[in-house]
Design a protein around this ligand. Structure first.
Ligand code: MLC
Ligand code: AMP
Length: 551
């Protein structure tokens, strides 16, 4: 355990670049996001909030009773508000209730993608120092020694049906209905995002960040009485957990509910669509829906809104969707660090190829450059760096004061790392990224993280990981690798052949150490990597060279 880390949240919070006093005296302690949701729950608690694919129905009464037991368990373990609870489980109603219980108990929720491998999880747990780790029973063999090594006090399991030692212990805990008071800038969650250096950063997300964004989206997207959200996204990232679940929770008072699918499956989603009014997905989900021959306007006759985000939506998907269904997909733009930033309007024109207008209360600007001119705002139409400011923007990075300085401008705008322009009507378009990032099926992959794993292999001199256009995932991860042997100059080979041993070793190492979506879908072995005059690897050159690899 690294004892040089700041010991408590207060210290971490004080070093942030954008900490502003958000509260009036009368508001102090009244910012727990769970209280906001609970205030929206209907008087008739027998009403159903969530229905799973198998037809299991969860009423508000069950939701509240389960959450009370979970809060009771957290309290009985003497985990104090502000301490972290890390959760790496498959999606289930119980996983959602565990998140809500963490909010209610005032502890900081740390969701982890269920695809993360042991070494990835080890980093997050070591960095965040949670008091509780809830994991899949499948990972018992490594989770148990890891928790011991990191002195994580409490470890529980939860399987894809929501069962396991967490649920068993919670049943025996004395239920606690009290919601812990929280201030606007108290942490609700820490979400790790990878970094360009390969080291992940914990984005500290406050109760105010989440409540302000949720309220805005609920209103901006015109949620109304009786809306049914078809929830197919994972529960461990912003899109599924905050955007989708939060807006549905805020709609609970108006008879809103969710159809909850454990995973996205195009056929299953279509089967449920007849009973739904709102769908949120990443572009891959839309291309997969369109790939279903029977998908047409009749199948979504009750649908009012299709939202897309997390990755660029291709013009052809936007257009074909409109032709096939009569619905214009509403594209919005956001980040883990900021929640949602812009959105196409619900009522006014939804412009394809743009991510819409700044959301109410969110300031967005496009500036000349990072560094000296980082606050020089560009005219409409000019491409530059996208920056954002508002109650939605993270408090700072967990125990990384240097990142807080780097990632915010001197006038407290957050640098998104995305490049774009704002048109004369105020709509933002994203045209690229200044950060070296691949987005595959809505998941972010930082090439550096994959390169570090590949470069560690004995047969590898160096590697460059890039994203290439991919029909299903939008972009796919590809590794271009130089062999260590002096006689490696044998041109480009892939597939079975001379280099296949190295390729297999690379794929295996990545599978062992990285989540499956980060594993390269192709490996090219080359004599050398193209470099510019400064010696920097020219990834744009590699992207051009291998552009059509997935055609
Ligand atoms: C799965 N695979 C992926 C992948 N998902 N590879 C690359 N990119 C992905 N996104 C791997 C699988 O492990 C498998 O590999 C192979 O690809 C085929 O898998 P599949 O069965 O076709 O994939 P599936 O399980 O159906 O998953 C696809 C998906 C999923 C699109 C449903 O990736 C998904 O749910 N994406 C949503 C991500 C998301 O929620 N992003 C929001 C982040 S928040 P193998 O080797 O095992 O065969 C954010 C902010 C914002 O970005 O603005 O919202
Ligand atoms: P994450 O760190 O996973 O939250 O991913 C955030 C990144 O996803 C942003 O910085 C963008 O690069 C990208 N992103 C999100 N929404 C969109 C969108 N609608 N179009 C293009 N890129 C998007």
């Amino acid at each position: 355990m690294n004892h040089s880390k700041p010991a408590d949240l207060g210290i971490a919070a004080k070093v942030v670049a954008n900490a502003t006093p958000h509260e009036t005296e009368s508001e102090v302690g009244k910012h727990n996001l769970f209280s906001l949701f609970q205030a929206c729950f209907p008087v008739d608690k027998s009403r159903i909030f969530l229905e799973t694919e198998s037809g299991r129905e969860i009423s508000f009464a069950e939701l509240e009773a389960t959450i009370a037991c979970y809060v009771g368990l957290i309290r009985s373990l003497q985990v104090a508000p502000g301490e972290r609870v890390a959760v790496q489980v498959e999606k289930s109603a119980e996983a959602l209730m565990l998140y809500l219980a963490c909010l209610a108990a005032g502890v900081v929720y740390l969701p982890l993608n269920s695809a993360y491998r042991e070494s990835e999880v080890a980093y997050f747990l070591d960095d965040a120092e949670p008091r509780i780790f809830v994991h899949s029973p499948r990972d018992e063999a490594w989770a148990q020694p890891l928790c011991e090594k990191l002195f994580i006090a409490h470890r529980f399991t939860m399987n894809e049906a929501g069962r396991g030692s967490w649920a068993k212990n919670a049943i025996n805990a004395a239920p606690v209905n009290e919601v812990v008071s929280r201030n606007a800038d108290d942490l609700a969650a820490i979400l790790y995002t990878s970094g360009t250096t390969g080291r992940s950063k914990g984005a500290m997300i406050t109760h105010l960040n989440l409540s302000s964004n949720a309220r805005t989206l609920h209103q901006y997207w015109g949620f109304k009485a009786g809306d049914v959200l078809l929830h197919v996204l994972p529960l461990f990232h912003v899109h599924g957990l905050f955007v989708a679940a939060h807006t549905a929770l805020l709609n609970a008072g108006q008879g809103g509910r969710m159809l909850f699918h454990a995973k996205f499956d195009a056929k299953a989603a279509l089967a449920s669509m007849a009973g739904a009014t709102i769908f949120m997905g990443v572009p891959t989900m839309y291309t997969r829906l369109l790939a279903e021959p029977g998908f047409n306007a009749n199948m979504c006759s009750k649908m009012r809104l299709f939202v897309s985000g997390s990755a660029p939506l291709l013009a052809e998907t936007f257009n074909e969707f409109r032709l096939r269904t009569g619905h214009t997909i509403l594209e919005r733009y956001g980040m883990t660090e900021t929640g949602m930033i812009t959105s196409n309007p619900f009522l006014a024109e939804r412009k394809g190829g743009t991510v819409g207008l700044p959301l109410p209360g969110v300031a967005v600007r496009v500036t000349a450059a990072d560094g000296e001119n980082e606050s020089t705002v560009l005219a409409a139409g000019a491409i530059g760096h996208i920056q954002v400011k508002g109650d939605n923007v993270l408090l700072g990075y967990w125990r990384m004061p240097e990142k807080n300085l780097e990632e915010f401008t001197s006038d407290k705008f957050f640098k998104t790392g995305d490049m774009g322009f704002i048109d004369a009507d105020g709509y933002l378009s994203i045209v690229g990224r200044s950060k070296d990032l691949v987005i595959s099926g809505g998941y972010n992959i930082y090439p550096k993280e994959v390169e570090l794993v590949i470069d560690d292999l004995p047969g590898v001199a160096e590697s460059a990981v890039i994203g290439l256009p991919h029909g299903d995932f939008g972009e796919a991860v590809v590794a271009v690798v130089v062999k260590k042997l002096p006689n490696a100059g044998i041109g480009e080979l892939s597939g079975p052949g001379l280099e296949s041993g190295l390729e297999i070793a690379i794929i295996q190492a990545c599978q062992q150490k990285l989540a499956n979506f980060k594993v390269p879908k192709k490996v090219f072995v080359v004599a050398e990597l193209p470099r510019n005059a400064m010696g920097k690897v020219q990834k744009s050159e590699l992207r051009k060279r291998y552009l059509a690899s997935f055609d």
